[in-house]
Write a protein that binds this ligand. Structure first.
Ligand SMILES: *Cc1c(COP(=O)(O)O)cnc(C)c1O
Length: 379
């Protein structure tokens, strides 16, 4: 059996090696390393795939979030509501821009931002909401958009973990994750569902004037060559990464399907176990399983992790500490106990290997040993 990894990018590369090597070779021959045709080609193909008018490539997902906030023209002290149960980048950019992150709790079943909690957190200073489509399924966008519209607030979707997921509206129509809000942000970090071989990111928007603004900001605030109207940043997707992404974009739906099949295998293997809660998918979204995350009940998690390590099965805790309990984000407004769902999840979740190359032998080995580990570590 092949050694199990959380994400097996070596094996995935072997399947597309000829195409990738050829594309990279061509870029080296042409030397159009920055803003070359590969970037424009990928941008156009991603716009088509997502069904969104504008895709603005940038250097990484964190930049995508930062640049989106910059494009909203907010003032220091303006409030931005987001979830406390996410990767740090979501709140980091709010703090870096001297805006005020306002954290709220999540739902215990989907791990996504609690809409009632958002509503309670809205004040006259609230200027934006950043819902995170955590682990690969969409937050409740229709409710969030209604709330945002009636309060005149912008919505930036953090879609770094959910590219390709569908949001299903009440009337049955669908839109891709990241294309519903004012702007959507994604990351092409290698382990993401659409990942390159380095860093990359993108912003999505249906709005023409935001598109222009965003393109200016990622290019030093420059709209006319060497005339800088605003303070911007330098955030680019390079041609090699774009070429790799274009090759992988053609396979994204197949990759998603492979992740869903692995998830179905796990679900089936764990169903009925009293100590394991398998992922719950909300009715308004598909799930692209960036992560396959279980909630454990009555299990000594550290003991289980030790057991899995002995079996050479990697597992991860996403995320062990909610943002309001992180040292850098310590804030007089928040203390332990304020967001009980997120704090509970941080102490009880575990994520299993999830990627496009898991075979049935590996899945069986992981599932069998997880069940043995649960027996061993149950309290
Ligand atoms: C990965 C990720 C980011 C940051 O993306 P980078 O490309 O690493 O900067 C932001 N938010 C979430 C939810 C992520 O998973």
């Amino acid at each position: 059996m092949r050694k199990i990894q959380m994400v097996d990018l070596q094996k995935q590369y072997q399947q597309i090696k000829t195409e990738v090597d050829e594309a990279l070779h061509q870029i080296m021959e042409n030397a159009a390393f920055i803003n070359g045709p590969a970037v424009k080609g990928f941008q156009a193909n991603l716009e088509t795939y997502l069904g969104v008018k504008h895709v603005i490539p940038c250097a990484n997902g964190t930049d995508a979030l930062q640049v989106s906030l910059m494009a909203m023209g907010l003032q220091p002290g303006d409030e931005v509501i987001t979830t406390t149960f996410t990767f740090i980048a979501t709140a980091e950019v709010i703090a870096l821009l001297r805006l005020t992150p306002v954290l709220v709790d999540v739902y215990p079943d989907t791990f996504n931002i609690d809409v009632q909690a958002i509503e309670k957190a809205i004040t006259p200073k609230t200027k934006a909401i950043i819902p995170v489509h955590l682990f690969g399924q969409c937050a409740d966008m229709e409710s969030i958009m209604n709330l945002a519209e009636s309060n005149n607030i912008g919505v930036i979707e953090d879609c770094c973990q959910a590219i390709g997921a569908d949001y299903i509206f009440m009337d049955g129509s669908r839109k891709k994750a990241g294309t519903i809000g004012t702007m959507g942000c994604t990351s092409f970090f290698p382990s993401k569902n659409l990942g390159c071989y380095g860093d990359g990111g993108a912003i999505f928007t249906p709005d023409d004037s935001l598109d222009e603004e965003l393109r200016g900001i990622v290019n030093h605030g420059m709209f006319k060559r060497y005339y800088h109207d605003i303070v911007g940043v330098n955030s680019r997707l390079d041609s090699m990464q774009a070429a790799i992404l274009d090759i992988k974009l053609k396979r994204l739906d197949t990759y998603i399907q492979k992740r869903q099949e692995a998830a179905a295998y796990y679900n089936n293997a764990f169903s009925g176990n009293e100590h394991i809660k398998t992922p719950v998918i909300a009715p308004f979204t598909t799930h692209v399983f960036h992560q396959y995350t279980l909630v454990l009940d009555g299990v000594d998690r550290d003991k289980l992790i030790g057991f899995m390590a002995e079996k050479e099965i990697p597992v991860m805790i996403y995320y062990p500490v909610p943002l309001h309990l992180q040292k850098a984000y310590a804030d007089a407004r928040y203390s332990s106990g304020d967001f009980p769902v997120s704090e509970y999840l941080a102490a009880h979740v575990i994520s299993l290997p999830m990627h496009t190359e898991l075979d049935s032998e590996q899945l069986d080995y992981i599932a069998t040993n997880l069940l043995k580990g649960i027996d061993f570590a149950s309290k």
